[in-house]
Design a protein around this ligand. Sequence first.
Ligand code: UD2
Ligand code: MN
Length: 583
Amino acid sequence: WLLFVSAVFVYFSDLCERKSDSAEAAAALDGSRADLADAMTARRGERSRQSSSRRRSTKQEGLIKRIMKNVMPGNPNGPGEMGKAVVLSGDEEQQAKDSFNINQFNLLVSDRVALNRTLPDVRMSECKKKTYPALDTLPKVSVVIVFHNEAWSTLLRSIHSIINRSPLELLEEIILVDDKSEDKFEHLKDKLEKEVPNFVEVPVRLFRMPSRTGLIRARLKGAKEAKGEILLFLDAHIETTEGWLEPLVTRIAEDKKRVVCPIIDVISDDTFEYITASDMTWGGFNWKLNFRWYTAPNRELVRRNHDRTQPLQTPTMAGGLFAINRDYFYELGAYDEGMDVWGGENLEFSFRVWQCGGTLEIVTCSRVGHVFRKSTPYKFPGGTATVINHNSRRVAEVWMDEYKEFFYAMNQNAKSIALGDISERLANREKLGCKSFQWYLETIYPESIIPVKFKSLGEIKNPSTNRCLDTYSRKTGEPVSSSMCHGFGGNQAWAFTANGEIENDELCLDTSSSSTPIRMNTCHRRKEYQEWKYDPATKQIVHVIFNMCLSAAVDTSSPDGMRVYPCQTGDALQVWEVAGYKS
Ligand code: UD2
Ligand code: MN
């Protein structure tokens, strides 16, 4: 077998020679070669620890096969190498379209990209210089990947990238949990079972859920099987990059109450190009309880002494990619088993970590790519909206105290969706002595779209026209409108904040000119043209800078031209009922 291995080396140096004309290709090869060298050293150590010679020889055979497969992508300039975009020909484009909806990403392209493709080292340069504790002093990691109807190439590329780019000393195992993929995804049946033992560098263990449980319960199964001191959850369509693991593990080794995420880079769902994401982004959420990325505020940079390589504390995480000390995971109460399929668990876990004494951070020296999809390829048994609202209700009811009303204001239908039993989750919150949601908003997330202090939440109605302020689902920069009051919240749900904003989700009423229609702009919290004052006696809503009054549109057939006019007592168009207003 030694011959074999040296053959690999020879082949490789040969490639290097031939490719040295292109700087990029050389860099690509350098990366792979370093990978190989690292992996070889690590594997050698692994082998010397083996005691049974029989096991050793099968391991080595597998090892050689694996090295052949991993290190010889054939063509270092092949499709997608170095994370480049794959370009299809016209005919292929059509073919790609036909199979796109199987996974909601370009399957043709994914299948064409090598399972062990090279990626650039995308870390900030300061990150590359950092050193970490000796590997044998760090805790070991159990990677948990759950999947439902995943494509072969993305799943296998995920596994290969983990093995090829992690110090093997840190990997206890990779646990795969099949959340009852449909039969037509044949590659996930026998073929996967045959493939799994081929991974000799790290044990890859495959478990099957007896029925479709959703990603939350599937992850719980993975966690239960895990032997490593650290649990590291990943989606099934990711690629790790150089140096991704050490910084994550080190943070937890230093303090087990840290829950850590890598920066999640983007693998294009169309070209599979590896696109770096900003290191200045953190996680938030809106009134609908959707997870959202926002630019992190300057105060967080100040807290880190302007060192962007320091971990960034984030109010929430996206949910798919994070590591946590296994004991701490259970101390915190693992996951809410009452949540189905997809959604909600990411915010639930984020709130819980912060409110119950942990910290949640994005380790900016660790980067993992993820195929972000525009829609979900798989079915939601029970209906998509029902499932997601069920999960979100559980988040709101368990963690958000009085602020849960923001969720219901946006989503009154949710109230009629079954919540299930949350007594055990509430008991857990009680037992852990967790802080209030108000504390979370004030301390961790004062920039939240949910205002910490507000005077009303509900409709804002002009009784003379019986019309209510309405966003018409418009976007930022567009004019606010009005329509017949319907009492269902949503587009007619407004918060009058203590700061003087009139706000629906992330949009605030804003006008920088008294002669143009009032617009809805992203709330900036600096008051300025977004500051209003309500006078409960006259029922007028006054724009503070102009000292003029919000006036309902006279022409109800075109209600968009709503403006501020000089305040006039007795003008019925300037009378507003602000539901539930408390001064
Ligand atoms: C994001 C998270 C995802 C999860 C989700 C909210 C990232 C990158 N991804 O959505 O991990 O937190 O938000 O719930 O932060 N799966 C199952 N069973 C199911 C449904 C999904 O096993 O019933 C698997 C799926 O194959 C995938 C993982 O769960 O490996 C996450 O699902 P996704 O990729 O559809 O979620 P995503 O990335 O849109
Ligand atoms: Mn995903």
